[in-house]
Design a binder for this molecule. Structure first.
Ligand SMILES: O=C(O)c1ccccc1N[C@@H]1O[C@H](COP(=O)(O)O)[C@@H](O)[C@H]1O
Length: 210
């Protein structure tokens, strides 16, 4: 079974659905422009529902240190996800300064984007291989857009990785079969409306990844 991350959780009910279904990671979004954004206090309350063995991932977009410090002071996290334009040096700096594993998202649209996965694999603990967001997109991820998964066939990187971008309960099994992804991450594909998770879709997604 591929490991599953359910991202953008905002309610205890949906955290319970993700954990109960067997998700290995739950994601809390600390990016104000997202319809899935939570405050540190909300994430702390949700994180308290998460059992040992399930990692609480905080998603940030080009965060300054002060935001990371303030968030971590209130909301215990197990992994920092960087989903902006952070350079490899910045990834290394965040990892060293905050003492947590870092998952770096890399946007893929064509084969020319793949070398970045090698570069980030030298510094990040995990890679998140996501679709590259359109230039005019408000969000750098969480847009329900997929990329051509065939670009990943036969590729290997230095770090564990999750596949993301446009995954749904209906396509996740095929995505894993084609790419060999050891893990998958989903946000909008388990929602009934932007920012509104659906417990049945969460369960169907985890079952599809099994
Ligand atoms: O989910 C968000 O709102 C979000 C905001 C800013 C950056 C990343 C975001 N989500 C991440 O993007 C992937 C793919 O999303 P989707 O499944 O295509 O909707 C998601 O797994 C999150 O890690």
């Amino acid at each position: 079974m591929a490991q599953v991350k359910i991202c953008g959780l905002r309610s205890a009910q949906h955290v319970a659905a993700a954990v109960g279904a067997g998700a290995r990671y739950v994601g809390f979004v600390f990016f104000p422009k997202s319809p899935r954004a939570v405050s540190p206090a909300e994430a702390a309350a949700l994180g308290a529902e998460v059992p040992v063995g399930v990692a609480r991932v905080g998603l940030f977009v080009d965060p300054v240190d002060a935001l990371l410090e303030a968030t971590l002071a209130e909301a215990p996290l197990d992994v920092i996800q960087l989903h902006g334009q952070e350079s490899p040096d910045r990834v290394a700096e965040v990892k060293a300064r905050f003492g947590l594993p870092v998952m770096k998202a890399v946007g893929i649209a064509s084969a020319g984007d793949l070398p970045a996965l090698t570069d980030y694999g030298l510094v990040a603990d995990m890679l998140l291989v996501d679709a590259k967001a359109p230039k005019d997109a408000v969000l750098p991820g969480g847009n329900g857009l997929a990329f051509d998964w065939r670009l990943l066939v036969g590729r290997k990187w230095l770090r564990p990785w999750l596949l993301a971008g446009g995954l749904t309960p209906d396509n996740v099994a095929e995505a894993i079969r084609l790419t060999g992804a050891p893990g998958v991450d989903v946000s909008s594909g388990v929602e009934s409306a932007p920012g509104v998770k659906d417990a049945d879709l969460i369960r169907a997604f985890v079952a599809g990844a099994s």
